[in-house]
Design a protein around this ligand. Structure first.
Ligand code: SAM
Ligand code: SF4
Length: 499
């Protein structure tokens, strides 16, 4: 950074030309009036219309704004039940019964922004600030590998001390980790990141470092609320954030993930914002929509007034509704529910068609390797709702008939971007996923599970293999033979075999 002050650095983050070139006639893709109009015109939708929309979603077609607005206004509890069931069906068609497991790793909590809801905001003097060194990051990753994790989302505050070069260095440190497990060797196989918007050149550094998905949340698509919540710093620029996925794609990162922080503005509006975002990415990038959509809910954060007092806090019932509508509106996308939510609600929301969740989560800086209290409020961004261990989450999912997948094959076989979108939309990706989910679940059970989880897991694996053998897609397909061979080898201790 040379002699540049933190303020000068922050003042130079936003590059207008890397916003302007994506605008159409000087406008961005969030058309506030159109969103309001769609929401106004679709109040009290009739049953037949809603059922037609459900059918469209079941054929894995993305819904239009009018259709999505209609679903958002359903009042009949019976229809909500039908929508919830359809959401799970959509998820089964695209992703089968697997849930991808990941863990967050927080590397830094220094931040030049002052988001009014976040414990890391610069004016929060209670927060203990820290930027982990690459060695400390490696130690965190070692602890995560020992727990059985293979896939991380690495999280950074926005600050010159955690710039793109630092991110690239931490990614490298994580990929280098090797830990002995009961039967094999454990590694982190996919590093996704959640970090502030970057320039195209900075994204290229991350791409070179081998990142999986680039995730960033718009927080709210409602401009006046956005402005109020993000008073200073680069994050106060709505459009710099809105077009960050465009820049990431331009730099070669073709898995991008969007999200909104629910509770800042009205949930119906932000569901529409997410839909518009997905439509824009599809339009600009040859049909490649967001790899995942996240819908974090505002949680209490230390010394962050707006984390507990906004006019738009989302109730559990509303939360379930918004997840249901998102599932139906963007049927091909992955959906992430996090440990922000309490165990019972998380379980319910998974049944609405989520595809990914985190486990054994600690969001304090250094909290995995240093083992301090995981709810220590001065060290973390907000308070978690579910701090259960990975083994408990895997067991609960298995009891629900869902297989925990530690698979990272899609990305490593080049099934990303347009390739994965095509496969997802036609249901083929789900087939690969099922095979890889079984292989990684076999590894995990042998390397990490408690006896209780092992027992339930074995039953599930038997059932899965039975289904694979019966599936017409695999009959006379050389993949089946290859799978059986890999399964045998993984059972004998070989690791990281995927299809
Ligand atoms: N600093 C980067 C940024 O803001 O994009 C990336 C990391 S930030 C720590 C990750 C996300 O945490 C934010 O995008 C926001 O949605 C979420 N978050 C912040 N405060 C929260 C709170 N009180 N409750 C729940 N989620 C919160
Ligand atoms: Fe900083 Fe991100 Fe927290 Fe905002 S949400 S204060 S940008 S860490």
């Amino acid at each position: 950074m040379g002699k540049m002050s933190v303020k000068d650095w922050a003042d130079n983050v936003v590059k207008e030309e890397e916003i302007d070139r994506y605008l159409e006639n000087g406008k961005d893709f969030i058309d506030h009036d159109a969103i309001e109009r769609h929401l106004d015109n679709n109040k009290k939708p009739d049953k037949i219309k809603v059922r037609d929309i459900i059918q469209k979603s079941l054929s894995i077609e993305r819904l239009d704004p009018d259709e999505t607005a209609a679903l958002l206004h359903v009042e009949d509890p019976e229809l909500w039940q039908e929508m919830a069931a359809a959401g799970l069906e959509v998820k089964r068609k695209v992703y089968d019964n697997r849930i991808v497991i990941f863990a967050p790793l927080y590397c830094s909590n220094l931040c030049v922004n002052n988001c009014l809801y976040c414990g890391f905001r610069k004016d929060n003097t209670h927060e203990i600030r820290r930027v982990l060194t690459p060695d400390e990051v490696r130690m965190e990753a070692e602890s995560l590998v020992k727990m059985g994790h293979k896939r991380l989302i690495v999280v950074y505050g926005e600050h010159p001390s955690s710039d793109a070069d630092y991110m690239a260095e931490t990614i490298k440190a994580i990929y280098e980790v090797r830990e002995k497990t009961r039967k094999g060797t454990g590694t982190i196989r996919r590093v996704n990141i959640n970090a502030a918007p970057l320039s195209v050149d900075d994204f290229k550094k991350l791409w070179k470092a081998g990142i999986g998905t680039y995730q960033v949340f718009q927080e709210t698509y409602h401009r006046p609320t956005y402005k109020k919540m993000h008073p200073v710093g680069p994050k106060s620029d709505y459009r710099w954030r809105l077009y960050t996925h465009h820049r990431a794609m331009e730099a070669g990162i073709d898995d991008v993930a969007i999200g909104a922080l629910f509770g800042l503005y009205h949930w119906r509006y932000d569901v529409m914002g997410l839909l518009y975002h997905a439509m824009e990415l599809e339009k600009r990038f040859d049909g490649i929509g967001p790899h995942t959509v996240s819908f974090p809910r505002l949680m209490p954060a230390d010394n962050a007034p707006y984390s507990e007092h906004t006019d738009h806090l989302v109730s559990d019932e509303e939360f379930k509704k918004l997840v249901t509508v998102l599932r139906l509106a963007i049927p091909y996308t992955g959906m992430i529910v996090t440990a922000r939510e309490k165990p019972d609600l998380r379980k319910e929301v998974i049944k609405l068609g989520c595809t990914q969740t985190d486990a054994s989560t600690r969001i304090g800086l250094g909290a995995y390797s240093e083992q301090y209290d995981r709810q220590d409020k001065e060290r973390q961004q907000f308070v978690l709702g579910d701090t259960r261990e990975l083994d408990d989450v895997v067991r609960e999912l298995a009891q629900m008939g869902m297989i925990s997948s530690f698979c990272t094959a899609g990305y490593r076989c080049g099934r990303t971007g347009d390739k994965i979108m095509g496969l997802l939309k036609c249901g083929t990706e789900g087939k690969f996923c099922k095979l890889n989910a079984v292989l990684t679940f076999r590894e995990w059970l042998d390397d990490f599970s408690s006896p209780e989880t092992q027992k339930i897991g074995e039953e599930l694996i038997r059932k899965e293999i039975g289904e694979i053998r019966k599936d017409a897609f695999f009959r006379n397909n050389p993949l089946l033979k290859e799978f059986e061979d890999y399964y045998q080898r993984v059972s004998e201790g070989e690791r990281d075999l995927f299809l």
